[in-house]
Design a protein around this ligand. Structure first.
Ligand SMILES: NC(=O)c1ccc[n+]([C@@H]2O[C@H](COP(=O)([O-])OP(=O)(O)OC[C@H]3O[C@@H](n4cnc5c(N)ncnc54)[C@H](O)[C@@H]3O)[C@@H](O)[C@H]2O)c1
Length: 360
């Protein structure tokens, strides 16, 4: 079987070392970082890396057997000299579009880009164009799309045993680029990637303080209501109940507790003495596995067969549109924003200082 050559751009936490932060976390199976995922995948050889920080790449090289000669401070030079098949882009969103577009236009056959997809809608649209024009297989690092527990949750919803899906709840939507990027992709997936028709009630509690014209100086927490064309409504709440999600169907509900550790089903039943009751049922067993490993296998499968990935660049664009839809709704005093959205000029523009990753 053919093996593919992979390179990572952005060698910090998600690029390389986040596994060291969650060694015993029930909700996340390792490998978790891009490099750890490539290193573990037998169909992939991790051959090069690029980062602005040579000292971080030295740790990367030591951990993943990438020699100093294949460590680059200029990702363009790395792409030109190494010609990797699969390119990971694990920088912050402000740098994402430039790097993804360059990689797509300079030989990458597959791209694993971290979330959030982009810092503005214009950049996200330019990424879609470059990826599609160059026929690049693409997955965004919204890991729950490849998480076997959420696969099972979707399977139960799709089976119809709880009746028609009506409502999706995100209990703590969090900051839009860092956290809601995951949440919005998850509700799209649970609702079978049906298109959203509008967003309303967008609110950023700190929004006015951190907006400077069209520039967002911080990644804002935000929530709102999303209406899908198939009649499903999603509520992105801001509550202290972190990393929990619920799918409410006409005859029952499924709740995920503690970020993919536990799931609970309640099914509507006739109970003597009551009209109807929602009673607990057992969530079906599933095998826990690494979502990063599955995401990478999905890219390998796309390269082998030419078939689309489970994510894809249009899917990434759809979740990005929900992020900017919440922002636009807030800017218009909670008004209804029709999707597909046009004319958003907002850009996330922080000046992030990269943290030193936990290399041991
Ligand atoms: N999928 C997940 O579960 C998950 C978890 C954590 C972080 N993330 C995402 O991963 C991304 C990276 O997060 P992080 O915490 O690792 O960030 P970080 O800021 O620690 O690291 C970013 C790295 O990119 C490098 N970089 C910046 N510009 C570059 C360029 N032009 N060329 C090469 N390297 C460049 C920096 O030097 C730094 O090492 C973010 O978008 C974040 O939201 C995803």
């Amino acid at each position: 079987m053919k093996t593919y050559r992979a390179a990572v751009i952005g060698c910090s936490r998600m690029g390389a070392f986040i596994d060291n932060e969650v060694p015993d976390y029930e909700a996340i199976k390792l490998p978790y970082s891009h490099a750890a995922g490539f290193f573990a995948e037998e169909r992939v050889n991790l051959i090069a890396c690029a980062d602005l920080r040579p000292e971080v790449m030295a740790h990367f090289g030591h951990r993943y057997n990438v020699p100093a000669s294949n460590q680059y401070t200029d990702y363009r030079e790395m792409l030109e000299k190494e010609q990797p098949d699969i390119v990971s882009v694990a920088t912050q969103p402000e740098h994402r579009a430039e790097i993804v577009i360059y990689a797509a236009e300079h030989g990458a056959k597959a791209i694993y880009a971290e979330k959030a997809m982009a810092a503005s809608m214009a950049e996200a649209a330019a990424m879609v164009e470059a990826v599609e024009k160059n026929k690049v297989a693409f997955n965004l690092g919204t890991n729950r799309r490849w998480h076997t527990g959420f696969d099972k949750m979707k399977e139960v919803i799709d089976s119809g045993e709880l009746g028609r899906l009506r409502t999706l709840i995100i209990y703590s939507n969090g900051t839009l680029f860092n956290t809601a990027s995951h949440n919005f992709d998850l509700i799209l997936r649970l609702n079978s990637d049906q298109p959203a028709s509008w967003i309303s009630g967008g609110y950023l509690p700190a929004g006015d303080r951190i907006m400077d014209g069209d520039v967002l100086r911080e990644d804002p927490a935000g929530g709102g209501t999303i209406q899908f064309e198939n009649g499903v409504t999603a509520h992105a709440l801001l509550t202290p109940r972190n990393s929990e999600w619920e799918a409410i169907c006409e005859g029952g509900s499924i709740t995920c507790w503690n970020n993919g550790w536990q799931w609970h089903i309640r099914k509507q039943q006739e109970v003597p003495g009551w009209r109807t009751c929602r009673v607990p049922e057992t969530f079906p067993a599933f095998e826990r596995a690494s979502s990063t490993a599955h995401l990478i296998k999905d890219l390998v499968h796309a390269l082998d067969t030419g078939q689309p990935t489970r994510g894809g660049v249009r899917c990434a664009y759809a979740s990005t549109e929900l992020i900017f839809g919440v922002i636009e709704s807030h800017l218009h005093n909670g008004a209804r924003i029709a999707l597909p959205m046009t004319g958003s000029k907002v850009r996330l523009q922080r000046h992030p200082t990269a943290r030193h990753p936990k290399t041991e």
